[in-house]
Design a protein around this ligand. Structure first.
Ligand code: ATR
Length: 275
């Protein structure tokens, strides 16, 4: 029998995940289906449980349900535990397992697809919401020289940095710092990751011109649009990447959780980039 998977979100019709997982399944010969399921904003838990009862084996979870998915899981991976959000669920006989593959997806895209090592680099993470929170630990574990979290609400970034600097049971090689955009004056970074949602409103971030070091990479977590952040980086000669690679890599990591196989992501990223 074909194993069923799905992505839950609201909205969800735009999701590229069904196409990505169909390509992974074809490539690896796995007998599985994957569909996009719209859950009402107040009905995610009921929809996920109904899907599991009907034989669903696992699911991805996207906006706005990642925190609810975290609470729904009976067991969680350490990386999901600290992220406070779950994007991958597995329904098994011993309950619901929750994982978060977003950070691993980002790090893999940076290292394998873009040739950008995080180790020893000065890294700036823009934003302190759910998208930023999910990638802090995987970035720190790579051993950057420095990680600064900058956010419009400075307090939120400072709190996030303190939280990760004090993670119990985790001797991190570097402690993150956090604050407002004003604190960036005079600083420059090798890797600047935009995890804010400013691009969705075409809003420009108040970044000082010198923030992009020579040879730096500007990484926009959004995809499918050219954001003001990307334009700002391009204007000063920085390398620019969007979040499509991260999307495919987090999916590959979820596929591995479910099927124990690592699909090749290069051809899938290339297929998605076709107009
Ligand atoms: P997500 O899950 O996408 O991270 P979120 O938790 O609502 O969504 O967080 C949105 C992030 O984008 C926040 O860091 C937010 O900054 P504030 O905490 O100050 O609200 C940031 N953001 C959204 N619009 C922005 C804008 N126009 N300029 C700067 N930052 C913005």
């Amino acid at each position: 029998m074909t194993d069923r998977y799905a992505v839950f979100g609201n909205p969800v019709s735009h999701s590229k995940s069904p196409r990505i997982h169909a390509l992974f399944a074809r490539q690896t010969g796995e007998d599985m289906s994957y569909e996009a399921l719209l859950a009402p904003t107040d009905g995610f838990v009921a929809a996920a449980r109904a899907f599991a009862s009907a034989g669903g084996r696992g699911a991805n979870v996207t906006v706005p349900f990642k925190e609810e998915a975290w609470r729904l899981a009976d067991r969680r991976s350490p990386r999901a535990e600290v992220a406070g959000a779950v994007n991958t669920l597995e329904f098994g006989p011993d309950g619901i397992f929750g994982d978060n593959t977003d950070g691993a997806g980002l790090v893999r895209d940076l290292k394998s697809n873009l040739g950008c090592d995080v180790a020893g680099r000065r890294v700036l993470l823009l934003g302190a919401g759910g998208a930023a929170r999910g990638v802090v630990l995987p970035l720190l574990l790579e051993g950057p020289e420095e990680l600064f979290i900058a956010n419009r609400s400075a307090e939120k970034a400072a709190r996030l940095a303190v939280e990760f600097a004090r993670l119990p049971g985790c001797a991190l090689p570097v402690k993150p710092q956090g604050g407002g955009f004003g604190e960036l004056a005079g600083a420059s970074y090798d890797l600047i990751i935009n995890a804010t949602s400013a691009g969705l409103q075409d809003a420009r971030l108040p970044l000082p011109l010198g923030i992009f070091a020579a040879g730096s990479l500007a990484y926009e977590m959004l995809y499918g649009r050219d954001t003001p952040f990307m334009a700002q980086a391009r204007a000063v000669g920085a390398r620019v990447a969007d979040g499509l690679g991260m999307l495919v890599e987090q999916a590959a990591e979820a596929f591995f959780v479910w099927r124990g196989k690592r699909p090749e992501t290069g051809p899938v990223i290339a297929a998605l980039r076709q107009p």
